[in-house]
Design a protein around this ligand. Sequence first.
Ligand code: F6P
Length: 574
Amino acid sequence: MGSSTLISDTDAWKDLKSHVEDIKKTHLRDLMSDTARCQSMMVEFDGMLLDYSRQRVTVNTVDKLYKLAEAAYLKEKIKRMYSGEHINSTENRSVLHVALRASRDEVICSDGKNVVPDVWNVLDKIRDFSERVRSGSWVGATGKALKDVIAIGIGGSFLGPLFVHTALQTDPEAMECAKGRQLRFLANVDPTDVVRSTVGLKPETTLVVVVSKTFTTAESMLNARTMREWISSALGTSAVAKHMVAVSTNLLVSVSCIISYIHFCLFLMQLVEKFGIDPSNAFAFWDWVGGRYSVCSAVGVLPLSLQYGFPVVEKFLKGASSIDQHFYSAPFEKNIPVLLGLLSIWNVSFLGYPARAILPYSQALEKFAPHIQQLSMESNGKGVSIDGVPLPYEAGEIDFGEPGTNGQHSFYQLIHQGRVIPCDFIGSAKSQQPIHLKGEVVSNHDELMSNFFAQPDALAFGKTPEELHKENVPQHLISHKTFSGNRPSLSLLLPALNACNVGQLLAIYEHRIAVEGFIWGINSFDQWGVELGKSLATQVRKQLHASRTKGEPVKGFNFSTTTLLTRYLEATQD
Ligand code: F6P
């Protein structure tokens, strides 16, 4: 396949297209009765088990998907990513989030420079700073220890850290380390979110971490100014330096930087300093880390280390790193992110199922689906190939989800009898917080997991009218109670849910999404689609200012927006 050839022009793609007809003739009820097939669809890694036997695939389909991967040069593309090539071509950047969790002795280069020492310089600085804050040797303006942290950030500077924090919140080891501390997030520019994130907290015992890759995002900057006011009105302007720190793209000027890059770094440093944050309390990351792939940089590591201590976060990084190595070296048949990515391609581009439900049977993973929504949809929701050619097929998946069993009492009706939505069931063999009530047949976790095991079968096997007749279901209810089945899912059973497993889960999905993008031939690492809305909001902001300060009428917008804006201004006039 030449660089500008679309994957849909390859024989491998065309072969899969015609193979769809063979699969349409099958039902999961029959496919599941073939034990050898099912056995070949179980993959183990480090105590976790992936079972994809409930996907609408035969062994033959999977072989064809491997051929598709070859036709898309998947292996080569993975290598190019790890070797620091500028695979994010529209932004001319490397994509090296794997370097964020590399061990000290690894060598990973971007633009000919090993970036691992820089990564560890920042990690060491975070370890030192978080230990000082946690031990009370770094104190606030009134001499009190800073026991609460508010992390300001949005999108990639928020969703991943929130997911990991929520996952660790009830992990016994992490809980023990977090005793007496609170970590909260402030993302939405809605002033209500300011109140929600500060309620019950006192400025004198709070540290604010401003997380923004660019340090220019409108929402985060306004929230940062709002929190600066919260601190300085209570403690004086000079308190800002003690109560606010920043995370932003590379603030350290390296001698090997090209001149324009030095200017950019200085510009960011100035932004941080101008804001009132001491640049020595700024934690760097780099332009080769995409926002939504930045959880393992200071974006996530700083707030999480403040809350749980660096050693817990290091375990999380090691978990992610173990998947990075697995992804790089395991053959496709045993490679969990590759298999998941290929199955997604099959479901979206061949079977025509555009959505994916993420269903963790774990309350601790309640923020996993929101993180994957950004990771997946911002990465792969693209209309053109990496070379700018309009795609003749649709790329990207619509992700949504809720923890089981809550989801079962919400949207599962549609999944069972309405639209076909491939489902990811994620479970943990051990509970973070087991309970077994006296007199109950099973433990609470067994109760939860009974659903984890039952739901995929309900989707795959369904229930036939014949079975219903045997149960004497009245004729007029037969069609209502029939389940067509044949609805694909996969199950990922983790051994436990500790910091390491959470890191593994994160990296599995990061790489799965990259695999999808590599096969679709798109750039999964840019996000031009978020720009238009941002610039239109700037126009509206100017209009609101002009109308409020000079009474200027709304002008330059279409009829609908003019009407809405006028109504808004009228309704909010003093
Ligand atoms: O939503 C667009 C986006 O650019 C994301 O990609 C990014 O994670 C987020 O905004 C926040 O950007 P920043 O970290 O620069 O504030």
